[in-house]
Design a binder for this molecule. Structure first.
Ligand SMILES: [Zn+2]
Length: 208
């Protein structure tokens, strides 16, 4: 069982996130999925296939940390395990956002297989929780896209447990995953990533 007030707060944060992310063009055509922690065993998450700019509480459901629906007949995204694996590994994670922007999609296709996106020397790196200087480097891996989500969840888990300071990863030709202590942190991370992706693509344009 979960506390309904905590559920309502989590669901509202997801609805609000959808309006922002759809409005920026980062979650087109019913793509993407968002989640927010309710408690140590339950997560609120978007129902599969819903329009992210028009979410209501009816488009949010509850799953346990194995990704199984709790008190719901609805189906969450096929990618639910990519969310729950983060909540299970990091008790402090309060929200996970997955977006499908043009820039994340294009950039992830330009990074060579086996290489990470290295972000260095950008002032905006400080937008990520725990990053206090632009002098460090962010190393954002690009996982190959697959429909085998349990296998991908396992691959991401091995990576983020080895690199707990990194704030997100890309899936090739697909999109971004990022997380944070609160939904506000998580939204800031998406926005910072989008800025940095644009900078990287602009740099490639002028210096191919
Ligand atoms: Zn996706």
């Amino acid at each position: 069982m979960f506390d309904v007030t905590r559920y309502a707060t989590a669901a509202q944060s997801i609805v609000d996130a959808g309006q922002f992310l759809y409005g920026r063009g980062w979650s087109p055509a019913t793509s993407s999925n968002y989640s927010a922690r309710i408690d140590s065993d339950h997560v609120a998450i978007t129902v599969s296939g819903r329009h992210k700019g028009q979410l209501t509480a009816a488009d949010v459901m509850v799953v346990d940390l194995d990704g199984r629906p709790v008190q719901s007949q609805c189906k969450s995204s096929a990618e639910t395990l990519l969310h729950t694996v983060l909540y299970r590994a990091f008790p402090e994670v309060g929200a996970v956002l997955h977006t499908h922007s043009v820039k994340a999609t294009v950039l992830s296709r330009l990074i060579a297989a086996g290489q990470a996106l290295e972000l260095e020397g950008y002032e905006l790196q400080k937008a990520f929780s725990g990053v206090e200087t632009h002098e460090g480097a962010l190393s954002i891996p690009v996982f190959d896209n697959t429909q085998d989500i349990p296998a991908l969840a396992e691959d991401t888990r091995a990576w983020f447990l080895a690199h707990p300071e990194q704030p997100g990863y890309l899936i090739r030709g697909h999109g971004l995953y990022t997380w944070g202590k609160t939904m506000a942190d998580c939204l800031r991370h998406v926005e910072a990533f989008e800025f940095l992706f644009e900078c990287e693509l602009e740099t490639m344009r002028v210096r191919p």
